[in-house]
Design a protein around this ligand. Structure first.
Ligand SMILES: Cc1ncc(COP(=O)(O)OP(=O)(O)O)c(N)n1
Ligand SMILES: Cc1nc(C(=O)O)sc1CCOP(=O)(O)O
Length: 213
């Protein structure tokens, strides 16, 4: 199967703002050693060449740990590096067109904030959904809040797996218990940490009870 539901448990989304001179692939490897189960390369300002170079390096480390690797938004980069898939938002290409370009074997994730968007994304061939922002975040300045009730309703309405995103940390992740999510997607909770491996491993431990709750 191209996407194992369990692989979405701890979904690491990259942000080079936190590197302080280190290489992104190094920090991704620390997250993988701490137990991250899925990786998305998110580059908002990179040139095509820079995005491609980062993608090649991060893909290599994800392959070493046998963890799925997807690209945020950029289908050309996803195709060029033969990534495992892509994550798109509501203002990007819709899932049906992405599927036509990528083929049936690639993973497609779609951001949704309502049950209506979620059902449409599922119908158009999305493999999983990202739902947020669940808490306040400084990582994505245009993020808009989603209530816990809406998250619960989305999880109940769709058959495909759902990850929550936005401001999730080791302090608040337990609040997502009982919503029906399959995992959480995080940026700063792990990549801004002084000890990325430790922060990831703590998040993984905290998550065990959240996804079972
Ligand atoms: C897992 C996951 N969920 C949601 C998002 C947000 O995607 P999008 O709405 O396209 O916003 P940008 O990431 O492009 O700013 C995500 N990246 N990953
Ligand atoms: C990439 C992204 N998407 C969001 C959404 O709401 O769709 S919030 C977000 C940023 C998540 O970063 P952090 O874990 O540091 O809050």
């Amino acid at each position: 199967m191209k996407l194992d539901r369990e692989s979405l448990l701890l979904y690491a989304v990259t942000d080079r703002a936190w590197l302080h001179g280190r290489k992104l692939a190094e920090d991704v490897e620390k997250a993988l050693l701490g137990g991250a189960t899925f990786v998305q390369l998110r580059e908002k300002d990179a040139s095509f060449e820079e995005f491609l170079e980062q993608a090649q390096e991060v893909k290599k480390v994800c392959k070493k740990y046998n963890v799925p690797f997807v690209i945020n938004d950029n289908i050309e980069v996803a195709l060029a590096v033969n990534a495992d898939g892509i994550h798109v938002g509501q203002s990007d290409m819709e899932a049906g067109s992405v599927r036509e370009k990528l083929g049936k074997d690639k993973i497609i994730g779609v951001s949704t904030r309502t049950v209506e968007e979620a059902l449409l994304a599922q119908e158009r061939g999305a493999d999983y959904l990202g739902v947020g922002a669940m808490f306040q975040t400084s990582t994505k300045l245009d993020a808009a809040d989603v209530t816990f009730e809406e998250l619960k309703a989305i999880c109940a309405a769709v058959e495909i797996p759902v990850v929550a995103i936005g401001g999730i940390s080791n302090h608040n992740v337990a609040e997502l218990g009982g919503t029906g999510i399959d995992g959480v997607a995080v940026v700063s909770a792990i990549f801004a940490a002084e000890d990325i491996r430790k922060a990831t491993s703590e998040m993984k431990q905290n998550l065990e009870s959240v996804v079972k709750a």
